[in-house]
Ligand binder design. Structure first.
Ligand code: PLP
Length: 341
């Protein structure tokens, strides 16, 4: 039994998902003639109550396209210091858009309306870059799967309106946040200009991300996707996996969240563990005691066919997902409560 908790991107399509993919009706999506991609885009636009949606190969490309659409070279966006768009997209913000990031020292990857306001450069002070966009992330990745308080997002929207800034959500794991908080996608559709969501994380599709947004931004999305090399042809096979995943794998995320909670409880009681960050969704970040060697701990787990990731600075991460079965969970809980680790 291999237990792989490095990421929720490691899931593989089930036979049922493969069946749905094989049966997809397809066409050339660059001509907008793939009925399954069109159906997925309409479904997601409708879900969020937004004007339009566009299918992309990856979440990074979706975020990068959004940033390109919202900004001009030389401008600046505001994001938390942990933001995926800043840390994990290969420097794409500067490479693709010629934009700089004003990083905010937020809490678990989340920033406040007050912090946004403080970090806006005065627009008539031409020495500093023009602030044009705010990027939020929900749930936060490096912040340990934390969920925003929606009331704070509404306050941030207000600040953006007062200062004429765009507001983009990196919602790679928004599906998890929606399950954990009982909020609806329409709440999000009302406050953001653009939202990116991933189909290949907790939902378990092999690939795909969708940008959903207001028409005036989405008008530019097809061109930007083409420029980034993301125009795909008979990709309805993959979109079918996304549609299948939304129908069958979304609400079950509550189970991933429960398992992450239970692992957190077991880890908190473990002699080698110094600290477990609060668990809100499917990501669990913990720290070992200073005298415990981190690499050795990971190696010991590896020898037992259990894989987790190191985030640096002594932080370790586990991510639960639908390929992490009840049997694996029982086995790992047993191991954590035994003296064998
Ligand atoms: C995974 C992820 C993305 C997109 O990643 P891709 O691997 O490019 O699909 C974007 N934002 C966050 C917060 C993520 O966790």
């Amino acid at each position: 039994m291999i237990i792989d908790l490095r990421s929720d991107t490691l899931t593989k399509p089930t036979p049922e998902m493969l069946q749905a993919m094989m049966q997809a009706e397809v066409g050339d999506d660059v001509y907008k003639e793939d009925p399954t991609v069109n159906k997925l885009e309409e479904h997601i636009a409708h879900l969020f109550g937004m004007d339009a949606a566009l299918y992309f190969p990856t979440g990074s490309m979706t975020n990068q396209a959004a940033i390109k659409i919202h900004t001009q070279p030389g401008e600046q966006l505001i994001a938390d210091k942990y933001a995926h768009v800043y840390n994990y997209e290969g420097g794409g913000v500067s490479f693709n858009s010629g934009v700089s990031c004003k990083l905010v020292d937020g809490h678990r990857g989340m920033i406040t309306a007050e912090q946004v306001e403080e970090n806006i450069n005065p627009p008539d002070f031409y020495h500093s870059p023009l602030t044009s966009l705010v990027c939020l992330e929900n749930t936060t990745n490096k912040g340990g799967g934390a969920c925003y308080d929606f009331r704070e997002i509404v306050k941030i929207r207000k600040v953006c309106d007062e200062h004429g800034l765009g507001l983009h959500l990196d919602g790679a794991r928004l599906w998890n946040a929606l399950v954990a908080t009982d909020e609806s996608p329409k709440d999000y559709g009302e406050v953001f200009d653009t939202i990116s969501v991933c189909l290949s994380k907790g939902l378990g599709a092999p690939m795909g991300s969708v940008l959903v947004g207001k028409q005036k931004f989405m008008d530019k999305a097809m061109r930007v996707r083409k420029v980034l090399g993301g125009g795909m042809r008979q990709v309805g096979f993959m979109a079918a996996a996304g549609l299948y995943a939304l129908e069958h794998n979304w609400q079950r995320m509550a189970e991933d969240h429960r398992k992450a909670q239970e692992l957190a409880t077991a880890l908190a009681a473990h002699a080698k563990v110094a600290l477990v960050e609060p668990v809100e969704t499917n990501i669990l970040i913990f720290k070992l005691r200073p005298e415990v060697d981190e690499l050795k701990f990971i190696q010991q787990l590896k020898e037992k066919q259990i894989f987790i990731s190191a985030l640096g600075k002594g932080k370790l991460r586990m991510v639960t997902h639908y390929d992490y079965t009840d049997a694996m969970h029982a086995h790992l809980l047993d191991l954590l409560s035994s003296k064998n680790l």
